[in-house]
Design a protein around this ligand. Structure first.
Ligand code: 9Z3
Length: 353
């Protein structure tokens, strides 16, 4: 690993927004600028993040999906959900992960569909999924039983759902099948940060074809740090070489080209996650100022299920679940989606759509 000098210039960090010639941050997380910076985020994406082989195929699917639903008068929302994985080796044994169960994204997808939207669900492989999320903690075999209990029934293969274990399965199954038959949900999976970034770019370019009818709801927990493909060791890092020192680059701020270049007419919502509540609103406002998108949903890790703030340049709406709401298992996502679909409708009419 290269030795770091005491004064470091970053490649493209959050403090200098890519104008790194002026950036003299001395914090340890930035690497020496050894070679000239890529001219754009597009270039950096192509060069430093492995392109998934199926990206063009997925892009065609997303474009067809968006065109079809927009022609039918529906809004189309791209939801990102779950955490990204950052490999430390090309033949990956170890990786860094970002925390997210995928509940926010999967639950929101259901409420968007109920509100008349078609949903592209860009989610981390095996994170929570719309509808099935409700049964995610269940052991499938505990939910099944033989129709007539003991003995011969066990050999007949006549298996039914145990209604005591899954009381509302019929209701959820009915809705799931309606959504599937209506073609209202397009699931796309990612695991690594590279896959996430390339698929998000493809999604943005696909949704650009439907202008202001497109919404981006970026709830995924995305790593801020990565190892460029060119600097990643191929094989498993050997512990016999002693303690491991990692030097990670800053991930390019993807929101910037998304809002400015890839989908400039769309309604874009990012999420801001903090563990320190005192800096949350300031960070949310700063993101709005920097990227000039429409809204930030701000939340604190420990209270995210019951409290979020939807921040726009003009307003701040606190959405809070009461203890009674919690007992009744109200989803805060229902309120987030209601707030944002109203704002999106207003946005569409302002754009003359
Ligand atoms: C969020 O803040 C989501 O609300 C959660 C949802 C990840 C907290 P769960 O999936 O949790 O229901 O378990 N997402 C955005 C997280 C993020 O990475 N934000 C970055 C930041 O805050 C980039 S915008 O700086």
């Amino acid at each position: 690993m290269r030795k770091l000098s005491s004064i470091r210039k970053c490649r493209s960090c959050c403090c200098c927004s890519g104008a790194e010639a002026d950036c003299l941050r001395t914090t340890s997380e930035y690497k020496v600028m050894a070679e000239p910076r890529m001219s754009s985020i597009d270039g950096k994406l192509a060069e430093e993040f492995a392109v998934p082989s199926h990206v063009e195929e997925v892009k065609e699917k997303m474009t067809a999906f968006a065109t079809l639903h927009a022609a039918a008068g529906r809004g189309v929302v791209l939801i990102t959900s779950g955490g990204t994985k950052v490999p430390l080796e090309s033949r990956t044994v170890r990786f860094l992960d970002n925390f997210s169960s995928g509940r926010r994204g999967s639950c929101s997808a259901e409420y968007f569909i109920d509100s008349g939207y078609a949903v592209i669900f860009l989610h981390r492989h095996r994170s929570l999924y719309p509808y099935t999320r409700m049964f995610s903690t269940m052991n499938m075999l505990d939910a099944l039983t033989f129709r007539s209990g003991e003995g011969a029934a066990r050999d007949s293969g006549d298996v039914v759902v145990n209604q005591q274990v899954l009381p509302n399965i019929a209701k959820v199954l009915k809705r799931y099948q309606e959504v599937k038959e209506g073609g209202l949900l397009l699931p796309i999976e990612f695991s690594t940060l590279s896959e996430y970034l390339h698929l998000l770019k493809a999604a943005a370019q696909s949704l650009n074809t439907i202008g202001a009818k497109a919404m981006f709801y970026l709830a995924a927990a995305v790593s801020d740090f990565y190892i460029p493909a060119s600097e990643m060791p191929e094989h498993k890092i050997q512990s016999s070489n002693g303690p491991l020192q990692l030097s990670l680059n800053m991930v390019p701020k993807i929101l910037s080209p998304l809002v400015k270049d890839w989908a400039p007419q769309a309604f874009v919502i990012s999420f801001k996650l903090e563990t320190d509540a005192t800096i949350l609103l300031d960070k949310a406002r700063r993101a709005l100022d920097t990227y000039r998108h429409q809204a930030v949903v701000a939340n604190v890790l420990d209270s995210r299920r019951g409290y979020v703030v939807v921040v726009t340049r003009e307003s701040k709406a606190e959405l809070i679940l009461s203890e009674q709401d919690m007992r009744n298992e109200v989803d805060i996502e229902e309120r987030i989606v209601s707030n944002l679909t109203l704002a999106h409708n207003k946005f569409i009419s302002q754009q003359g759509g």
